[in-house]
Design a protein. Structure first.
Length: 129
């Protein structure tokens, strides 16, 4: 099951953080069709956010056709995204790169900016990740 991490300083709306983290879990194969998302109550207890925020995120995911709400049972994954499993060899290479970037003195924002610029360079015209 996915565990949401909310960054209140990010400037990104809380519900969008939930949407993005769910999509990332779908892309990485951490969530698969049939898996149940945490209930709104479980997310609220873990993150201390408003239940309506969780429900708004889940409605957005449902609108996009990624999940479906089943009355009295919860919200379940309908489909997956991408083909980059969490155990991909590329993940290890990226982990090594991140360690080198940190050792070189780059902070999180520097790494994100560098990675984003490389993504734009190599995936120009594609949808943003």
């Amino acid at each position: 099951m996915v565990e949401y991490r909310i960054d209140r300083r990010s400037g990104v709306a809380t519900y969008l953080q939930i949407v993005h983290q769910t999509k990332q879990a779908l892309r990485m194969g951490l969530l698969e069709p049939g898996d149940r998302l945490p209930t709104a109550r479980e997310v609220v207890e873990a993150t201390a956010i408003n239940p309506n925020t969780v429900l708004k995120a889940y409605r957005e995911l449902e609108r996009e056709g990624l999940v479906e709400a089943r009355r009295g049972l919860g919200t379940f994954v309908r489909t997956t995204l991408g083909t980059a499993p969490a155990d991909s060899p590329l993940r290890g290479e990226l982990t090594d790169w991140a360690h080198r970037a940190r050792a070189a003195g780059l902070d999180r924002e520097d790494v994100a900016a560098l990675f984003t610029s490389v993504l734009k360079e190599h995936f120009e015209g594609d949808e943003a990740p």
